[in-house]
Design a protein around this ligand. Sequence first.
Ligand code: NAD
Ligand code: IPM
Ligand code: MN
Length: 365
Amino acid sequence: CRVCKIAVLSGDGIGPEISRVAVDLLKVAGDIEGVNFDFTDALIGGAAIDATGSPLPEETLQICRTSDAVLLAAIGGYKWDALPPEQRPEKGLLNLRAGLGTFANLRPAVVLSHLADASTLKREVVDGVDIMIVRELVGGIYFGQPRGFRTNEQGQKVGFNTMVYSEPEIERIAHVAFQLAQKRQKRLCSVEKSNVLEVSMLWKEVVTRIGGQYPDVELSHMYVDNAAMQIIRNPRFFDTIVTGNIFGDILSDTASMLTGSLGMLPSASTSDDGPGIFEPVHGSAPDIGGQDIANPLAMVLSAAMMCRYGLNMPQVAEHLEKAVTSALDQGYRTADLFSEGTQKVGCSEMGRVLLKCIHQESPAL
Ligand code: NAD
Ligand code: IPM
Ligand code: MN
């Protein structure tokens, strides 16, 4: 029996509700496959601020560093929105990503056929969409220096950030994206703003150069404003997308609506070595936190990505993925996806449905 050490960072808002569902499923799927998950809960975000004063306590970082993978739900909330930048919940997440060096954030947007009608877009536009967004996660405008507030000569307050990428930072994310594209439809679209920004001119130049090593992948380039429009107009154009930190943030929320709900999108953040972070694309949804109505499927699919990419246990991942499709097949929907003729369930109830689906697939247990 293999033992896998998992750091569970539930965070804020709907975080604890959705991570409970994922952990319960992992236990059962692990049992079936002879894998023993050893879960350690750790504080991050607003919950960590309230308990320790820091959004990423040293103890949490240490637990993550010594785990095989980090399963993270979501952080943030109104309560902490007025804090200065260094003390905000978001800083905990950013410091964790930087601390673990998880520079490659994979955000798949796949339209499951049962949900094609749940999208606000027409079925014929979204049917069959399968996009992989590769977002650079520990650089760009999120981390560039200088940043801050100052007062200008007119005595006015000024806020500023710096969008910066070095050649090695672009090279390593480009390699990840080209190698992923090779395993997919072999089409890679690099998204930037090189008609205006120097940082994007370098991005395009470096991605093009690295592309020389991957002649089997068809490389295209697109400005980010056009890309946002094309994702809505003709999403099937896209196979694999590679882009910087902030553009990837925005485009992944955009792409989520092809799938019917932001509550469907998982992600995997990986480094060259060390544990990855597996977390939904969505946030802590403070507007619905504590009501047991959140969609836990992005979280469950993130746990599946953890098993597949982080722990190399595709058999366990499959139990989770199959449970998700089977629950949707049977018509179960949380409020974000609910429509006439489907069965509305809450978050924990969806968890019970998923558990039943796993057991039905493996009746021996
Ligand atoms: P959000 O993603 O939390 O919510 C946006 C909208 O989508 C809300 O209406 C919410 O109810 C809905 N939604 C999100 N996830 C859902 C789910 N699983 N099921 C059903 N509905 C869902 O984004 P926001 O409201 O802009 O931000 C809220 C907080 O979350 C902020 O503090 C933000 O910084 C933080 N945030 C954290 C992460 C993260 O932890 N990775 C990601 C994004 C935002
Ligand atoms: C995400 C979130 C984070 C980001 C925030 C909460 C720091 O929006 O994971 O998409 O911008 O990266
Ligand atoms: Mn985001």
